[in-house]
Design a protein around this ligand. Structure first.
Ligand code: B4P
Length: 196
């Protein structure tokens, strides 16, 4: 089972990906988490992407693609995966399809989580507030100004993927404005429809 979650920042991709990991016993591949780990560990890649992430931009395609290729070559990805935050550009999508094709594989399901801008801002601010209250680290990109830029990057570079996957009839859209449990039910139902 190879699943891609699409949606603007804060739509709930990470939240729903963690549910799908439990539901289908497949690994969670979050390019955001991978890049944040590289920044925290101060690796060469981390130093390269830090400023881009803080500014809300997308990191270069080649770098993200290489990280995903390395990750999906690991043994646990043989049984499938849920991709959260990748692909995010047409170049990433096409390269990923080519890569899967060489292995005789395809993406089985793409689920788009829809949510409007006001809710995204509320959620991101709530996450930052919660982190502060718990004495934890607030994500460097979880603030009003950067969120605006992340949403612009989504609209310009990622939103076109919706039509790309729709034209291949593997896209299902779910209302991401609902409570987490309701979104989770709809996501599993959307995937189930495809399988029946
Ligand atoms: P990501 O880490 O992918 O961050 P995201 O899109 O902002 O988060 P997500 O949609 O997963 O929201 P979440 O579930 O956490 O990317 C960060 C940065 O990394 C990018 O800006 C870019 O610079 C870089 N990057 C990553 N991948 C890349 C790629 N492929 N190419 C180039 N650059 C890349 O939810 C947010 C909050 O909402 C949480 O607090 C959650 O609890 C809450 N929430 C979720 N669902 C909810 C619901 N239904 N109701 C109420 N609250 C909900």
């Amino acid at each position: 089972m190879r699943i891609v979650l699409l949606g603007p920042p804060g739509a709930g991709k990470g939240t729903q990906a963690r549910r799908l990991v439990e539901e289908y016993d497949i690994p969670h591949l979050s390019t955001g988490d991978m890049l944040r780990a590289a920044v925290d560990a101060d690796t060469g890649i981390g130093r390269e992407v830090k400023d881009i992430m803080v500014s809300g931009g997308l990191v270069p395609d080649q770098l993200v693609i290489a990280a995903v290729i390395e990750r999906i070559s690991q043994a646990d990805a043989e049984r499938g995966f849920v991709l959260d935050g990748f692909p995010r550009t047409m170049a990433q999508a096409v390269r990923f399809d080519d890569l899967l094709d060489t292995e005789g594989l395809v993406i089985d399901h793409v689920v788009e989580l829809q949510a409007d801008e006001t809710v995204l801002l509320d959620r991101i601010e709530a996450r930052a507030r919660e982190a502060r209250e718990q004495g934890g680290a607030v994500r460097a990109d979880d603030n009003h100004k950067t969120l605006k830029l992340r949403i612009d990057a989504y609209n310009e570079q990622t939103a076109p993927l919706v039509d790309y996957y729709r034209s291949r009839n593997i896209l299902r859209t779910v209302d991401g404005l609902q409570p987490v449990e309701a979104v989770a039910l709809d996501v599993v139902r959307a995937i189930g429809q495809d399988r029946s």
